[in-house]
Design a protein around this ligand. Sequence first.
Ligand SMILES: Nc1ncnc2c1ncn2[C@@H]1O[C@H](COP(=O)(O)OP(=O)(O)OP(=O)(O)O)[C@@H](O)[C@H]1O
Ligand SMILES: [Mg+2]
Length: 252
Amino acid sequence: MIVLDNVSKSFDGGQSYALCDVSLTIEEGETFVLLGSSGSGKTTILRLISRLIEPTAGQITLDGRDLNDCGVIELRRNMGYVFQGIGLFPHMTVGQNVAIGLRLIGWPLPKREARARELLDLVGLESDAYFAHFPNELSGGQQQRVAVARALATDPDYLLMDEPFGALDALTRETLQKEVLRLKASLGKTIVFVTHDILEAFILGDRIGVCNKGRLDQVGTRRELLKTPKTDFVRALLARPLEQLETFQDLK
Ligand SMILES: Nc1ncnc2c1ncn2[C@@H]1O[C@H](COP(=O)(O)OP(=O)(O)OP(=O)(O)O)[C@@H](O)[C@H]1O
Ligand SMILES: [Mg+2]
């Protein structure tokens, strides 16, 4: 469980705030989607959770412990991070990219390679075909699969995914969304997933947090958000043609 308690973040010594007074509980095993427009603070929340940056005010706890008391190595092992914009290392092969986290925690080469192969197969990339390729030899969708495999390498309890499918065509995106649902069901991870796409949020999120200019306007299930939007922003955001949403049985 991840708890943010009145967390604020300023990058300019308090003149402006990228995040303002955000309180949020992410339950074990859920897929929590952070939904919001560009610049609303979504990535900042993920970076705070993974301790890549420190809050200006407030407290973050992970499974009941203050994040500052969790060692950075332990955190890296326990939180897989799929970065916005993929972020594969271009000079490393697919196999090396997937195994990088295992190298950092000292796994020997044969064990790393075996695990990387297993993970590539898990995310639907045939390991024999792709293991020795370089990222630029793969399509965007394939590269995203590698990024997901890399985030899963250390078998983390938490998977943080920052707009992982933003740059993909609709069909590939749909396929990968299904993969996330499949992985979620089979691996039982707690997932924090960032998107600005409402349908993606509705497909993946057990609960959704709507970010608006550094504040969390509302947290709820898709049904709760649609039925009782708390702010004008949430109401406007969800004012979508109903036919796009009618596949969701619980919204009828
Ligand atoms: N390192 C930084 N230094 C200064 N300002 C920053 C830094 N990182 C983020 N910000 C600012 O904080 C605000 C929130 O940024 P953030 O990256 O969290 O937005 P986002 O919701 O992820 O947007 P996007 O959908 O475009 O990725 C923005 O105004 C951004 O300019
Ligand atoms: Mg972002």
